[in-house]
Design a binder for this molecule. Structure first.
Ligand code: PMP
Length: 405
């Protein structure tokens, strides 16, 4: 007989990550996937990374011991150095924590900031994995609409005020993906960043600036970070997942020392420390100067893939049924549909192609404070994972699925 567990209230409210569930559906042989937000495995620097494994021998037992919860010192110092131009000032090791993916940053932050019922302001659409983690902490969401340039920051103050009216207190956090957002691909212009920083400071609301795609710009000039525009109150997070490989599970956050200290304490209860083996390998990869060369290579590689998907979408999909803009970085095309994305998803999977239905990128009405948003007429297509022939063939299959509506 199956054991009868009495689950916690928190577990009762948990739902599986919609993305993980979709992954199960699309693992059929022959399926072309535009669904996962994944880098191209064909360009992983396997040889260079494997060669860094020598360091495990030279470090000896040090690499196989527990490390400091805040991170492996040489990697912390490397990240501090690389962050300086991005963040606009020198950052000290006390302002950095290394995590098992930036997903864990959201978890640590939730544990130290969010009580059940608290509200998080997010742009709509937003990263489904963030919704998953914040939801698990009992958060609700207040949504700021987006246009092709990302969050409409001129609506931000109004959304915050409405939240205060609705629940009697301010939101606890603003969550934003400023560069080449997952899922929309949008890059927030400088004036909007300044406006967001000003409004967040005025209301005294901290911001999580989630930036795993910032280094993956294919055209135009880099725009200053929110972190560099604020004097505190912004936690900047980034990750090696998109620029090196997601399986290494190494990411980092930079923020006010007091907040980082609290997050480190929360992390102690999660995993004691991020895998030291992984951190030692990543630190060695950076120390050997491989990261910059690899970044230059993947920018060219992904720019070509973005162009290939843009051309395929324009050639094969009916322009009266889909519209999209060309991303200037990151991993995604965000496509507006004339029909329901979930329905199209089912037909597309039958044709042998998968994407992420837009609905997964919006909180549900019941967990939204203020106006819910309708994600049904959208689809997120990842252009980085599929190979060039698959980009064309997958788009043709998508066209067939559209024609069956
Ligand atoms: N934030 C965003 C916006 C992402 O797209 C992702 C990965 N899909 C993450 C965070 C999590 O990345 P990591 O592998 O570093 O946990």
């Amino acid at each position: 007989m199956a054991f009868d567990y009495t689950y916690s209230e928190r577990a009762a409210g948990m739902r599986p990550s919609p993305i993980r569930e979709l992954f199960k559906l699309i693992q059929r042989p022959g399926m072309i996937s535009f669904a996962g937000g994944l880098p191209d495995p064909a360009i992983f620097p396997v040889d260079e990374f494997a060669a860094c494994g020598d360091v495990l021998r030279s470090k000896g037992p040090e690499a196989l011991q527990y490390g400091a919860t805040e991170g492996y010192r040489p990697l912390v110092l490397d990240i501090a150095g690389r962050m300086e131009p991005l963040l606009g000032r020198q950052v000290t090791p006390e302002e950095i924590v290394i995590s098992a993916g930036s997903q864990q940053v959201m978890d640590m932050l939730s544990r130290v900031l969010i009580d059940p019922g608290d509200v998080i302001v997010a742009e709509a659409p937003t990263y489904p994995g963030a919704l998953h983690t914040f939801r698990a902490a009992g958060a609700r969401f207040a949504l700021v609409p987006c246009d092709g340039d990302g969050m409409q920051t001129d609506r931000l103050a109004e959304v915050i005020e409405r939240c205060r009216l609705a629940i009697g207190r301010l939101p606890k956090l603003i969550y934003t993906i400023i560069n080449f957002s997952n899922p929309s691909g949008a890059c927030l212009p400088e004036a909007r960043r300044r406006q967001m920083a000003e409004i967040a400071a005025r209301f005294g609301i901290p911001v999580l600036e989630d930036d795993p795609y910032g280094e993956l710009r294919y055209s135009g000039e880099r725009i200053p970070t929110l972190f560099s525009m604020a004097s505190g109150g912004v936690l900047y997070a980034s990750s090696f997942s998109k620029v090196l490989a997601p399986g290494v599970r190494v990411a980092w956050a930079v923020g006010d020392a007091d907040l980082i200290r609290k997050m480190v304490i929360a992390k102690q209860g999660m995993d004691l420390c991020t895998s030291v083996v992984a951190q030692v390998l990543v630190a060695e990869y950076c120390r050997r100067g491989h990261l910059d060369g690899h970044l230059a290579k993947i920018r060219t590689h992904y720019a070509a893939k973005a162009a290939a998907m843009g051309a395929a979408l324009r050639e094969h999909l009916p322009s009266d049924e889909v519209s999209f803009s060309e991303p200037t970085g990151g991993f995604f095309f965000w496509v507006r549909l004339a029909s329901d994305g979930q329905e199209l998803f089912r037909r597309a999977v039958n044709e042998g192609v998968a994407f992420l239905p837009g609905e997964t990128c919006y909180p549900e009405a019941g967990e939204t404070v203020g106006e819910p948003h309708d994600g049904r007429p959208f689809a997120r297509l990842c252009f980085t994972f599929a190979q060039p022939n698959e980009i064309v063939e997958g788009t043709k299959r998508l066209a067939r699925a559209l024609s069956r509506s």
